[in-house]
Design a protein around this ligand. Structure first.
Ligand code: MRU
Length: 353
């Protein structure tokens, strides 16, 4: 059975509590915007697309329950809620983009000759539409990425990925793991490697769980084994997800991605970013302006509640920015695989800017 990280039906939302994986597969209910914000902040759900979808759906849940007196009141509630949800985590762009889109549509619809109740239903429909779109975009993206890798590598394809950009980070299928799935579906994947992804272990806990669940031939390595894996394990492509891609191709993703890309270039292995176009920030020229979330020091100093580090000052950035020139394979989107240098032009062609 395929993993369903987000269950939503008619105003009822529950998500897999990712803090309990891989030991327990437990769903938690989200009944309000506040609970949605909390689940994102505490990382019960995480991954750029999932953050956006769960955040927006928490608003849909609350809209279902709420009686609003006027269209004005509804619009203010939608706007205030989305602005609040965006504050839960700063680096992933998708929820910011969702906030802009939902607020803009609500503003546009308010002028239509419809009742408050009808406006509410339409806003809920727009949010619900994000579920199906995320899944179909990921399948398209996975297939584009797989075909590109097959064309370049032909046989014995071995892919390495970092962090979790799988179904658990999205609505379904995943982005980087989506490419691995598509390669596997096409019968072309020889093997996948995933890194454990300190400090939060999204690779060991979540990607490894998904790869095993999907029966994909795979191996877990520690983060610092990437270079030796590149020199000894015949890795033919690296694919990771992204939290925010600037218009020049600079990409923020889980901490450690940057050094993997450097090592990939040294070893002549193509490095790809797999991300839906909702992860590409049309307002950001380059990666210098990307805000990097810093997380609590206990993620480094403690293991399962026990202190393992000496009493020392820490720095715990959750993301880094990989410069565009290291993304040698390309940026895999639902529309195809683009070079960093052609992002702007492709976005214009696709009417995305
Ligand atoms: O801190 P996280 O777990 O939210 O970080 C997730 C990542 O960095 C993913 O690689 C990224 O969001 C892409 S998810 C499709």
């Amino acid at each position: 059975m395929t993993l369903q990280p987000i269950k939503y039906n008619d105003g009822k939302l529950s998500i897999i509590d990712q803090l309990l994986l891989p030991q327990k597969l437990v769903y938690m209910e989200i009944n309000s915007v506040e609970e949605g914000w909390r689940a994102i902040k505490d990382m019960n759900t995480r991954g750029a697309p999932a953050i956006a979808v769960v955040g927006a759906l928490s608003l849909a849940v609350e809209l279902h329950q709420k009686s609003l007196q006027s269209k004005q009141e509804l619009q203010e509630f939608v706007s205030k809620s989305m602005d609040y949800l965006v504050t839960a985590r700063p680096t992933a762009v998708n929820i910011g983009r969702a906030a802009i889109d939902i607020k803009r549509e609500c503003q546009r619809l308010i002028g239509d000759d419809i009742t408050t109740c009808q406006l509410k239903e339409r806003v809920i429909k727009i949010i619900e539409g994000m579920l199906a779109k995320d899944e179909s975009d990921n399948i398209a993206l996975g297939d584009h990425g797989a075909k590109h890798i097959i064309e370049n590598v032909k046989e014995d394809i071995v892919v390495l990925t970092h962090c979790n950009a799988g179904a658990l980070a999205t609505v379904a299928y995943g982005t980087a793991v989506g490419v691995i799935r598509s390669l596997n579906n096409f019968g072309k994947l020889k093997h996948a490697f995933c890194t454990e992804t300190r400090a939060y272990n999204q690779g060991a806990r979540l990607t490894a769980y998904e790869l095993v669940h999907e029966k994909i031939p795979s191996t877990l390595i520690i983060d610092s084994a990437v270079s030796i894996a590149l020199s000894r394990k015949q890795i033919t492509a690296i694919v990771t997800g992204a939290d925010r891609v600037a218009m020049n191709g600079d990409t923020a993703n889980k901490i450690g991605t940057y050094q993997i890309a450097i090592s990939a270039k040294h070893h002549g292995v193509p490095f790809y970013i797999a991300a839906p176009t909702t992860t590409i920030d049309v307002n950001m020229e380059n990666g210098d302006q990307i805000v990097i979330e810093e997380r609590k020091h206990e993620e480094i100093t403690h293991f399962q509640g026990e202190r393992v580090a000496a009493d020392i000052e820490c720095w715990n950035p959750a993301f880094d920015v990989t410069p565009a020139d290291l993304i040698t394979g390309g940026i895999i989107t639902e529309y195809g695989v683009f070079k960093s240098t052609e992002l702007k032009e492709k976005f214009k062609e696709l009417n995305l800017i």
